[in-house]
Ligand binder design. Structure first.
Ligand SMILES: C[S@@+](CC[C@H](N)C(=O)[O-])C[C@H]1O[C@@H](n2cnc3c(N)ncnc32)[C@H](O)[C@@H]1O
Length: 180
């Protein structure tokens, strides 16, 4: 509910040979654009991948799933036109490592698409995120106070478009990988 149409818009941004990192149960799959020519999903949870595979089958989406760590992707450099991730950089142990891996496997002229929740720039909202984060981390391994979009910028990704919802908590970002 909080995401509004962000999942649909995330899916619409995918093009060509596409990798979704930390795909989970595949909640974005129904929204994949017809411009996706080949799709791969990785996650390190076998249970999540099992559900994602069932969802892909039900949707008639020919997609390959690989159990892998988003921080060490088992793909060669520049293998994908689009590399996407949603609601997962809050969970991976080391977001900069995962982002560098996303950049590595993306073609230099390819597209990185992120849908993430981050630390809000609005003081009282950030205070609430700080309050709730320890509980959320304990229950779901999810950190509410990461400044993921700042990290993306600091790593040299070129942000082409960014939209936010709910006082800057949810961000939909289109970026280009850093120049080598
Ligand atoms: C909150 S879920 C989000 C799933 C999905 N992307 C979505 O938008 O619904 C986070 C997912 O990240 C996965 N994950 C966390 N760290 C990971 C890592 N280092 N490598 C691969 N998957 C990871 C978890 O297994 C889980 O499926």
């Amino acid at each position: 509910m909080l995401l509004g149409d962000f999942r649909r818009r995330f899916g619409a941004l995918l093009r060509g040979r596409t990798l979704e990192g930390a795909v989970g149960t595949g909640l974005n799959l129904p929204y994949y654009s017809p411009a996706v020519t080949e799709a791969f999903g990785v996650d390190f949870s076998i249970g999540m991948l099992r559900e994602a595979r069932q969802r892909a089958r039900a949707l008639g989406l020919p997609m390959r799933f690989v159990q892998a760590d988003a921080q060490a992707l088992p793909f060669p450099a520049a293998a994908f036109d689009t590399v996407a991730i949603s609601l997962a950089l809050c969970t991976v142990a080391d977001p900069p490592t995962a982002l560098r891996e996303m950049a590595r496997v993306c073609r230099p002229d390819g597209r990185i698409v992120l849908l993430e929740h981050v630390a809000s720039p609005v003081g009282p909202v950030y205070a609430l995120e700080r309050l709730l984060s320890p509980l959320q981390e304990r229950q779901m391994g999810c950190n509410l106070t990461r400044r993921t979009v700042d990290t993306v910028r600091e790593l040299g990704f070129r942000i082409e478009a960014e939209e936010s919802r709910w006082w800057g908590v949810f961000r939909l970002v289109i970026a280009r990988p850093p120049a080598l």
